[in-house]
Design a protein around this ligand. Sequence first.
Ligand code: NOJ
Length: 519
Amino acid sequence: MTEPEPWWRDAVIYQVYPRSFADSDGDGVGDLGGVRAHLRHLADLGVDAIWMSPWYPSPMADAGYDVADFRDVDPVFGTLAEAETLVAEAHELGIRTIVDIVPNHVSSAHAWFREALADPDSPMRELFWFRPPSPDMPTDWVGEFGGTTWTRTPDGSWYLHLFTPEQPDLNWDHPVVKAEFEDILRFWFDRGVDGIRIDSAALLFKDRSLPPVVDGQPHPFHDRDELHDVYRAWRRVADSYPGERALIGEVWLPDASRFAKYLRPDELHAAFNFDFLGCAWDAELMRACIDRTLDAHRAVGAPTTWVLSNHDVTRHVTRYGRADTTFSFENNLDGTPVDLELGTRRARAAALLSLSLPGAAYVYQGEELGLWENEAIPPEQMQDPMYARRGHSRDGCRVPLPWSGDSPPFGFSTGSPWLPQPPEWKDLTVEAQAGDPSSMLALYTSAIALRPRSSPFSWTDLGAGVLAYCRGSSFACVLNLSSAPVPLPSFREVLIASNPLDGDLLPPDTAVWLRLSSS
Ligand code: NOJ
C-alpha cells in the first residue's frame, strides 16, 4: 500500500481574515466567536484547512500585522482559550488550522520595543535596528508601503521599520530573536495548530553595513542567504511534532530559482504562488506561468500552490473585469472601468483552473461568493496604512462578508461593519446562494468535492487561446481564454462547467471539467 500524501501537498486552504469574517458581539469587527459560528459553512464548502490571519493583541496599526504579543489573542477577537476551542472544533469537522506568524517585525507596543525605546542604553535595543543620533537617516531605503524606513526616537536615535513606524524590524542576527520565534512556533504547535503561515518570509535579515539598494548587487534586506538556516531550524521544530505540521511562506520573489530555495526538503513545506496571482488572463502567459511554477517546484520536490486572491490584493473578480488583468499595487484604485459580469465569468473559470492544477489551492474568504473589490470606500473611511503612504488601499478586498438579508450589514454583525459593504452584495450573500446550483458558492462546493488530487498532470494541445490538461487518464480541464467558442475534445461526461456550454462548444471565458472515455 502506498502512503497517503501529506495533507499540505494537495489541500484546499481557506484564508480567514478574522476582522471581516463574522462578528459575534456587535462591535462591527469580526471575531473568533463569528468564525466558530460559521465553521459549518467551511465544512460544507469542503475545505481542508483554515489559515487565520493574525488574531494576536495588537494596536492594529496594520490590521493585526503589528503584533504586541505572539502568545495571546486580542480582546477584539476573543481569548486564547477561545482560539484553542476554535482549533479543536475545527478538528472535529476535519478542518486543520494554520496560524499567521510575523517574524520580520513586532508592534511598537511589544514589550521588547517599549523597553528598548524607554532607555537609550537598554540592551533590548540590540534586538532591533537602532542607530545613534545623527542629522541624517542611516539609509535612503524605501519602505514596503512607500516612504522612509527610519523613525527618530525621542533621544535622537533612529530605528528601522520596513513597514509602518509602528512595526519596528527585529534584528535576526541576534540569538534571542531566533530562540524566541522557535518558542512561539512550539507555543502554537502545542495548542494543536497544524501549520504556520510566515509573513514577509523573504525579509527578516539585513546587511549589517546598511548599504544602498543597487541593481545587480545582493539586496540589503530582501531574500538574504542567512534566511535559509532559520527555516531549516523551524523545519526541525515542525518535524518534531506528530501529524505533519506545515510551514507556508509568504515569499514574493520574481526569480523562480531563488523562490524554490525556500522549498528545499529541509526548509518550508510550501509558499504562495504570487506569479500565478499576478498573471494576465491570457492563455499563453498562463501556460508559461504554470510551466514555470511546475518546473521550479519539481526541482526541489515541493508541492505547487495556486492563489487567486488574498487580503493584500485586488479581488480577482475585479482584476479579471478590467482591460489590464494583471495585479500590481499600482493598478488599484486608478479609476479603470471594471466589467463585473466579465470578471465574474472569468473568476468562475479561474476557480476550475486553480482547483484542478496539481498541488494545494488557496481560497480567500468571499471568493467562494464571487465578491468583488469595493472600490467605492470613501477616502475618510480607509483604514489601510498603505493608503496614506502609497495611495493604494487594500481595504477594498477586506470588506466584511455578506451572510444573509437584503441590506448591509448582511448578517455580518448587529452593529456597523468596520468597512462599508456594497448594497449590491444582497445577491451574493451565503443565504442567497445556498441551494442555487448556478451560484459561485455551488461551483466552489462541487469543484472542491470533485477536484482531482494526486493524478499526474499533462498538457493537451487544443490550439491557441485554450488551456487544456489531463490529470491521469480519465480527467481533463479545458479553459477557453480566446474570444470565440472552441470545440471540446471527445469525453464521456461533463463533471462541471463554469458557465453553460453551447452544445459541444466551449464558450469564451469558460472552463469545463470532463470525465474522459479512455479509462
Ligand atoms: C504581508 C501581509 O500579508 C500584509 O498584510 C502586511 O501588511 C505585511 N506583510 C506586513 O506584515
